[in-house]
Design a protein around this ligand. Structure first.
Ligand SMILES: Cc1cc2nc3c(=O)[nH]c(=O)nc-3n(C[C@H](O)[C@H](O)[C@H](O)COP(=O)(O)OP(=O)(O)OC[C@H]3O[C@@H](n4cnc5c(N)ncnc54)[C@H](O)[C@@H]3O)c2cc1C
Length: 432
């Protein structure tokens, strides 16, 4: 069909192109939905507001299941013809604790292009956005976005589709056009599990060493989360990495430590105080998780990797509100009135952030479900419930706190305020 970066009507001035599926947005949700659908023979067009560059660096912690999902996408390719970038990505899937969002997106994009060269029907339209949706006709109008972020009405083009997948993240741009067209409003309700509003995070790469320089004796379980003084802290070492360290008789462990911090921390402390405080907290967290035979340990800030250059040794603070909301419906259809259905995927049906929601994991699961839905392996009536159940299953909160859920919720709700008040004195103690 069409090649990338062309608009559909470029290929024919007279005929409006027809696709089975139109996807708005090319993040993890849009890319994986496209791969699932072209694999089952659907013709797909993606319209994205961005260029072909992938720039988002946030580190994504992928579950074992989702690492396998990605690796399986290229498991049938002969290693001798696999691209160097795909080989590197496979290695990174095997050994890296977190993988940057841009590397995941680039990998998925490469798979789309591979499918395209194999003759599958995928069209990619960059730097453009939808302008109008008509579900009765199954027609969409779209236009290019110019350098100033604006689009004009004179370069509009149109295409026909049977299914629209809204995968443009929490912008929910396509959905707003659907709402305009149908007069149907989708409600976004706060997630009842999301009790921690206005939470701020500090992230730091740390290195732990036994003071007696002996190899670590590691815990049997994942080395990741604790609730201290009402605030959640976690590390990014999982069972796989622990066993690797154990086999190698590791004397130092490098990992990411992340902790919630009160607002005071951002506004009223300096870099030295912050670093000192975070290292103390990291030490408490690690000591609490390690078997006591390890004795005393030393903790220092570690450079994440050489490529970080001057950013090494830096403590990174991430501030955002952890307010989650989810859509009351994730499939919109009226088969008596419309020729097209609308399906929400990824952050479009649930906004997430790195702590409370596993947005990328959700996006992959949604894509698999969408594949099954459009291949009629899932009844549309069950789809909303199924997606909600998947979101729930993948939410980090429920993963981390299976056993400690109530304690965590209570701690976050009732004690966070007290912690915030006592925080100035905690900082004072730590800097004296
Ligand atoms: C700091 C940070 C850390 C995170 N860590 C994790 C983690 O460890 N694990 C995890 O699972 N998740 C994590 N997340 C969340 C994760 O990044 C998101 O949940 C995930 O990217 C959602 O994917 P998506 O495809 O639904 O939406 P997005 O990634 O937002 O993609 C939407 C796409 O649509 C495009 N778009 C937007 N508007 C339009 C428009 N009008 N027209 C056309 N295209 C449009 C955008 O350019 C983008 O490419 C993290 C997020 C942050 C901010």
């Amino acid at each position: 069909m069409l090649s990338q970066n062309t608009s559909s009507s470029d290929s024919s001035q007279t005929q409006t192109p027809i696709y089975d599926v139109l996807i708005s947005g090319m993040g993890p949700a849009g890319l994986t939905a496209a791969i699932e659908l072209i694999n089952s023979g659907k013709s797909v067009v993606i319209i994205t507001n961005r260029s072909q560059q992938f720039l988002r660096v946030q580190g994504i912690s992928l579950s074992e299941e989702k690492r396998k999902y990605l690796a399986d996408m290229i498991s049938t390719i002969d290693k001798s013809i696999m691209t160097e970038n795909d080989k590197k990505f496979l290695i990174s899937l095997n050994q890296d604790i977190t993988i940057s969002l841009k590397e995941i997106e680039k990998f998925l994009y490469r798979q789309l292009l591979r499918h395209q060269t194999e003759g599958k029907s995928i069209s990619l339209i960059f730097e453009s956005e939808l302008k109008q949706i008509d579900l009765k006709k199954g027609e969409a109008t779209f236009g290019r976005i110019h350098a100033d972020g604006q689009s004009t009405n004179h370069d509009l083009k149109s295409l026909f589709f049977t299914h629209l997948i809204c995968a443009d993240g929490k912008n929910r741009h396509a959905l707003s056009l659907v709402e305009k067209n149908t007069g149907k409003l989708i409600n976004f309700t706060p997630d009842p599990n999301s009790s921690a509003h206005h939470v701020y995070h500090a992230n730091v790469y740390v290195c732990a060493k036994r003071k007696d320089n002996k190899p670590f004796i590691l815990p049997k379980l994942d080395f990741n989360s604790v609730v201290q003084e009402g605030l959640l802290s976690f590390t990014s070492l999982n069972r796989r990495h622990l066993r690797k360290h154990e086999n190698e008789g590791t004397t130092t462990i490098k990992f990411i430590y992340a902790t919630e911090v009160p607002l005071y921390f951002r506004d009223n402390s300096n870099e030295i105080e912050r670093k000192k405080y975070i290292l103390e907290k990291a030490k408490e967290t690690i000591v609490a998780m390690l078997p006591p035979e390890n004795g005393d340990i030393e903790i220092s800030v570690a450079a994440p990797s050489k490529k970080y250059g001057l950013a090494k040794d830096k403590l990174k603070l991430t501030f955002f509100e952890s307010h989650l909301e989810e859509a009351d419906q994730v499939i919109i259809q009226d088969l008596n009135l419309w020729n097209a259905t609308v399906i929400l995927s990824g952050d479009n049906c649930r906004t997430s952030n790195y702590q409370l929601g596993h947005g990328v994991l959700d996006a992959f699961s949604h894509a698999v479900s969408i594949g099954k839905l459009l291949n009629k392996e899932i009844d549309p009536d069950n789809y909303t419930g199924m997606v909600k159940a998947l979101n729930q299953k993948n939410s980090m909160r429920s993963q981390l706190f299976d056993a400690k859920k109530d304690v965590a919720a209570q701690a976050l709700n009732e004690k966070a305020e007290r912690v915030a008040k006592s925080f100035p004195s905690m900082l004072k103690q730590s800097s004296s």
